[in-house]
Design a protein around this ligand. Structure first.
Ligand code: HEC
Ligand code: HEC
Length: 495
């Protein structure tokens, strides 16, 4: 027997949560019983007579929030049996596969110290965080981040940021009003090739904030480099799972701009804004949308995370104070050439998007989706985006996909804030992360962690950290009955 919670329960909870982000008033005309009947039949489930009987108060429709599994990632959607995160989308045409395979080699290779006799994959470091892309972006989605004993795993890297007003110096590779550390640069690199001192050791510890704890990071700098600048802060960035990057990369700027509401002119308490980078491009990748494209993100990763030079970053990521780093043997100039970069981008562009999952009853997913909308989640975690017409890339052209992001920066409040911003994003502003694939991440690794520094051990905890513009959303979730909360989480896990 299906159970449906009538809409007035939802609205009461919504009011209790102080209104903002709640959709009140009469349901839109589309909420007719007809639509609901059609949906359940199209889905293959049997028409539900009991449901029709109690629709005198029609529930708002949620079809727009439930990705049809086969359309989750448009033409890149992969079949449920191929779930893992590093699969080629089945629809990729034969002529693209060679490029894809070449890119996969660069993504999965363990880079070697130069000269290694294998010039295609040598040039590691001199300073680095991990020896491969796949080390931080494994097929299971997210790598280990916070070790039990205070160890910081490579899957969580530390940015070194210092307020611009407090000193002078070289901003390092990351363009930003926030400055890098003058000696160690913009990112802490705890590993190095032989003959070059690694930058030191990072540890994390719990800091209590009421009944919640978040990680604080401390670095013990190697004596070769002295100490961190007194104004430098080490802030954590967890490796996200990679899904549908080609689609996100190709969404037109206008689509992102159109969703922005920097002055909250619609008065819903939510004021997303684009991250305008210094060169005028719109940032869209990374927790603070610091990188404008898949190409830029990949080149930066090679430079900062693995120590590989590219046409984009032809110099090794050594600061002027790191002489041994500057003097170390190089693996080529650059170590990855234009063709390699193009292949690496191609690889990520054509990775399959795991199909949305339908493992729990449709009415539970619908109930969860309804609460997702009532809580205002969908204002930031915008369900659908569409790519423009791309004659050169027919598979990616005009694809509608369900990433659940607006690619905008939002002020998430003081509890989630870093002490210093990056780029034009303040300490408390974060880009809405896509939600697709999170259920699969959790399933493949129940110890996976969430949010920018891995502070949340569960999806529920991740929601409870929401503040700032998402304060009303969090409060709405705090008032949910246990069944409704479980349905909301089931909905998240289905994406
Ligand atoms: C040491 C761990 C590490 C390595 C190695 C690494 N990454 Fe990442 N990756 C991260 C982290 C952390 C982020 C988030 C960065 C941020 O917020 O600024 C990220 C973000 C990304 C993103 C953006 C995802 C999104 O949803 O915005 C892409 C794409 C990416 N990495 C690709 C790569 C590629 C390609 C390589 C190899 C050249 C690579 N990464 C190597 C840790 C790593
Ligand atoms: C104001 C915009 C906004 C609203 C509203 C919002 N979120 Fe978020 N969400 C974000 C941002 C930004 C982050 C990243 C914050 C961080 O990492 O510090 C995030 C992170 C998350 C994460 C963790 C993602 C990950 O990759 O680790 C989940 C899960 C999530 N949100 C679910 C929800 C749900 C469910 C709701 C509604 C109850 C909601 N969000 C409402 C902006 C929003």
């Amino acid at each position: 027997m299906k159970q449906h919670r009538p809409i007035h329960v939802v609205l009461l909870a919504c009011l209790a949560a102080s209104g903002a982000g709640c959709t009140e008033g009469p349901p839109s005309p589309a909420a007719s019983a007809d639509v609901w009947e059609d949906t359940s039949v199209a889905d293959g489930s049997s028409p539900d007579v009991g449901f029709r009987e109690d629709t005198s108060e029609a529930l708002p429709p949620v079809d727009h929030l439930l990705p049809p599994p086969e359309e989750t990632g448009g033409a890149l959607t992969t079949d449920a049996s191929n779930w893992r995160f590093l699969e080629l989308a089945e629809a990729v045409p034969l002529e693209r596969i060679q490029r894809f395979s070449q890119g996969r080699e660069l993504f999965t290779a363990d880079w070697e110290v130069a000269p290694s006799g294998r010039p295609v994959i040598d040039g590691l470091g001199p300073l680095f965080n991990e020896v491969s892309c796949v080390g931080c972006h494994p097929s299971t989605g997210r790598p280990p981040t916070l070790g039990a004993d205070g160890a910081v795993h490579p899957g969580l890297l530390l940015r070194l940021v210092r307020p611009a007003a407090a000193g002078t110096g070289d901003a390092g590779a990351l363009a930003a009003p926030a400055l890098a550390d003058p000696v160690l640069g913009a990112q802490f690199q705890p590993r190095a090739v032989a003959g070059v001192p690694a930058e030191g050791v990072a540890r994390w510890s719990d800091v209590a904030d009421g009944d919640r704890v978040s990680p604080r990071f401390d670095v013990e700098v190697d004596e070769a480099y002295g100490a961190l600048h007194p104004d430098t802060h080490a802030v954590g960035r967890a490796s996200p799972h990679l899904v549908g990057l080609g689609l996100l990369d190709l969404v037109a700027d206008e689509v992102i701009l159109e969703a922005a509401d920097p002055d909250d002119s619609d008065g819903d308490g939510i004021s997303g804004r684009v991250h305008r980078l210094e060169d005028g491009q719109i940032g869209r990748f990374g927790w603070k949308a610091l990188q404008p494209s898949l190409r830029a993100q990949s080149a930066m990763a090679f430079s900062q995370d693995i120590g590989i030079t590219t046409p984009d970053f032809p110099e090794e990521s050594c600061t002027g104070a790191q002489q041994a780093c500057l003097a170390a043997e190089s693996g080529g100039a650059p170590e990855v050439d234009e063709e390699g970069m193009a292949a690496l981008v191609e690889y990520q562009r054509y990775l399959g998007v795991p199909a949305a999952r339908r493992e729990v009853a449709r009415e539970r997913l619908e109930n969860g989706a309804r609460h997702f909308e009532q809580a205002g989640c969908a204002t930031c975690h915008r369900p659908k985006l569409t790519t423009p017409e791309l004659p050169e890339m027919p598979l990616l052209s005009q694809q509608t996909f369900y990433a659940f992001t607006d690619l905008l920066l939002h002020d998430m409040g003081p509890a989630l804030a870093d002490p210093v911003g990056e780029g034009d994003a303040s300490g408390s502003e974060w880009r809405t992360p896509p939600l697709w694939g999170l259920g699969l991440v959790e399933e493949l690794d129940p110890t996976a962690r969430y949010l920018h520094d891995g502070r949340a051990a569960t999806l529920h905890e991740a929601i409870l950290w929401h503040g700032g513009e998402a304060e009303a959303s969090r409060r709405y979730v705090e008032t949910l009955e246990s069944d409704d909360l479980q349905d909301l989480l089931a909905f998240l896990r289905s994406l």
